[in-house]
Write a protein that binds this ligand. Structure first.
Ligand code: IVH
Length: 679
């Protein structure tokens, strides 16, 4: 007789505790302790088992991952065949299915158990005396492959059942799948390692389960939802499918929280459409809903045909992936000038619509997927997202398939195409000149905070560009290019509107340098940056002449903005448009450039804290910067002054500690006025 030692007891206690928390976490989705604490329990158990290796059992939570690869998978003959399901693709087919069952069962309405149909792999888990002893794939339904070592690595599969009164033999069936988030993380890792990413979560799950080395499977984010039973021996299960699922859950098996008992066909259809609307928001992929007759007695009465039961059906969502041929690869120019390679496809029905184009995102993606004109490809359209090419069916590549080359010139305007190092996007540098970008550019140019041309709305801009009357924003000011009668003849225009519009255009000629700069629509040059540039340089020629170093002197202007400015002014088309605008009368007063102003605070560093009553913190910052000061956000020994408003934060305490001079609002204003008087 063996006595229970202390260590034996501690080990047993820890295992119970860990199993309990796994259940809370994986099955009930209601963790009671933080992950770190769980990890600590595991480490404790590992340490004890190291002390007493003779006490290690196969069902210890530390023993999920086997130590060595297998030579191959053994065959498993399923005690109860793993059937497949018939499919339905429309409400009408579902109504027919329900009608057939009502007639066969001679009832008015059938109660079903509705379950989301996860897109993964069917598996069978065999528990004997509550212990997981074998796991197998579905295979052909009769014979599958033994994948126990791999299944054991899935944390949401219990190695021992919890609770009590489980049947001596319980074969559970369920779907192993990879949640979307895990799939994306896995693919990022694959790309980092230089390995091929998986095409979709289903393939990733299948590939992971078929690993001969369980240590690899253990690194894959797999999960399971259980949805039924196979062989059961030793005790009776409840009489309803929905109750069986509740029972499985109580034994520690993970069951989808979306499963629901539904009464009659209309409730089935409601369920289907409701979950369909949430499909893309679910953390895993589903490809339909499985409806099962809820009463097991009725299931038995209905029986099965060939490979599928009569008592269940899979109502599928429209397929999100389909195969078709790439006719050609075009390049589309977006409103920001981004060049997107687009596959022109032989029309294919996917995700509920006919698709003829699919995005290839960017040059790197085309290279990585190696999509060529003429290839057979898998196209995917999920929800409202733009259809994309997922992968190439290389085995079906024709001899004359053409690799893709990103053009060096914009296909719309012929301007140079540039790709910033480290960025994936190639862009047309044509800016205002490029018709593809022109509509958006003109709308922006005319908008209230830019040139403020009243009456030049979006619809009108679109008409003007489509008529071919606006080659650049300069044409707006050119009465030869755009005379009164042309404007008056446009849809929803007329004599009076045309006159008003021309007056508004005239009025906009007088503007400010900051507005004009902002109106040019240079990437990442918003209102504030335009203002900062105008203040700093004072005139447009000074800005256009400035080199990288000079531009970087402007407050809040970083390397990205500088690169955009340089690229914009480097493009001859843009310089021509600017010259035309000025020639046609657009003008502004030059301002005194900050660079030319005395900088009495040059070399001084300020920190602002608390609220001021006479100006905002941002205004204070601008004033200080105009006087040459640097404004930073944290106090250090190098800080010259801390300006303290009402309710200051910890920065004041820090200033106190470091002995940095503090200025209250009055003192600050006094300093400003003294320095400004000194101009
Ligand atoms: S029941 C006799 N329930 O769909 C019942 N299957 O097309 C057979 N599946 O091989 C399966 N979710 O891989 C059932 N809640 C669910 C399911 C489900 C996904 C998969 C399973 C099966 C296939 C049948």
């Amino acid at each position: 007789m063996s006595t229970t030692t202390d260590i034996e007891q501690s080990i047993a206690q820890l295992r119970d505790e860990i199993n309990h928390h796994s259940y809370q976490y994986y099955v009930l989705d209601a963790p009671q302790i933080p992950d770190a604490e769980y990890d600590q329990l595991m480490r404790k158990l590992e340490a004890l088992e190291k002390e007493a290796p003779e006490l290690i059992t196969a069902d210890s939570p530390t023993q999920r991952v086997g130590a060595k690869p297998q030579a191959g998978f053994d065959e498993v003959v399923h005690a109860v065949a793993m059937l497949s399901l018939d499919n339905a693709f429309s409400d009408e087919e579902m109504r027919l299915f329900d009608k057939r069952l009502r007639e066969r069962l001679a009832v008015d309405a059938v109660t079903y158990c509705a379950e989301p149909k996860l897109d993964g792999l069917a598996v069978s888990l065999r528990y004997e005396d509550g212990r997981l002893i074998r796991a197998a794939t579905r295979g052909d339904g009769r014979v599958g492959e033994e994948i126990t070592q791999n299944i054991r690595t899935i944390s949401s599969v219990p190695l021992c059942l919890i609770g009590s009164s489980w049947p001596r033999i319980l074969e559970v069936r369920g779907e192993v799948y990879m949640p979307r988030a895990g799939f994306e993380a896995l693919n990022r890792r694959q790309l980092e390692k230089g390995d091929k990413p998986f095409v979709n979560p289903r393939n990733a799950a299948a590939g992971s389960l078929r690993q001969l080395d369980p240590r690899v499977t253990a690194t894959r984010p797999l999960a399971i939802y259980c949805y039924g039973v196979g062989e059961v021996e030793g005790s009776e299960l409840p009489p309803l499918q929905s109750e069986i699922l509740v029972r499985l859950k109580s034994w520690g098996l993970r069951v989808s929280p979306e499963t629901q008992q539904v009464n009659g066909i209309e409730a089935c259809l409601d369920y289907y459409h409701q979950i369909g609307a949430r499909r893309d928001a679910l953390p895993y992929e589903i490809d339909g809903v499985v409806f099962k007759v809820d009463a097991i007695k009725q299931q038995q009465a209905l029986g099965a045909v060939a490979r599928a039961p009569r008592w269940a059906i899979a109502y599928k969502f429209p397929a999100q992936e389909a195969m078709t041929r790439v006719i050609d690869i075009d390049v589309q120019v977006g409103r920001t000038g981004a060049l997107t390679p687009v596959a022109r496809l032989e029309p294919v029905f996917v995700g509920g619509v006919t698709v003829t184009n699919a995005t290839l995102h960017n040059e790197d993606e085309v290279q990585r997927k190696d999509v060529r004109s003429g290839d057979m490809v898998v196209v995917r359209r999920a929800g409202d997202v733009i259809p994309e090419v997922v992968s190439v069916v290389v085995a079906r590549r024709p001899d004359n398939a053409q690799p893709f080359v990103m053009p060096h010139e914009c296909p719309v305007c012929g301007s140079e195409v540039r790709r910033v190092e480290g960025e994936a996007v190639s862009r047309c540098s044509g800016g205002l000149y490029c018709p593809a970008q022109r509509k958006e550019a003109v709308k922006h140019f005319a908008s209230r905070r830019a040139m403020d041309i009243e009456g030049l709305g979006d619809k009108l801009v679109e008409q003007l560009v489509e008529m071919g009357w606006l080659h650049s924003v300069a044409d707006l000011y050119d009465r030869d290019a755009l005379p009164h009668h042309k404007l008056a003849g446009l849809a929803r225009m007329g004599d009076k509107s045309a006159t008003n519009l021309i007056a508004a255009i005239e009025k906009s000629k007088q503007t400010t340098l900051a507005r004009f700069l902002f109106a040019l629509g240079i990437r990442e040059v918003g209102e504030a940056t335009a203002q900062a540039l105008a203040n700093h340089f004072g005139s447009l020629p000074a800005i256009m002449k400035a080199d990288e170093a000079a531009l970087l002197q402007v407050p809040d202007v970083g390397p990205v903005v500088v690169a955009n400015l340089l690229a914009f002014f480097h493009e001859p088309h843009n310089r021509e448009v600017i010259a035309s605008l000025q020639r046609l009368g657009v003008h502004w007063p030059d301002v005194v450039a900050a660079v030319d102003l005395p900088q009495p605070l040059a070399g001084k560093t300020f920190v602002l804290t608390g609220t001021m009553t006479t100006m905002t913190r941002d205004e204070a910052k601008k004033k200080l910067q105009a006087l040459g000061a640097k404004v930073t956000s944290s106090v250090s020994k190098k800080t010259s002054y801390v300006v303290v408003g009402a309710d200051p934060g910890s920065k004041r305490d820090k200033a106190e500690k470091l002995g940095v001079t503090q200025l209250d609002e009055t003192a600050f204003n006094q300093l400003l006025s003294e320095l400004q008087e000194g101009d």
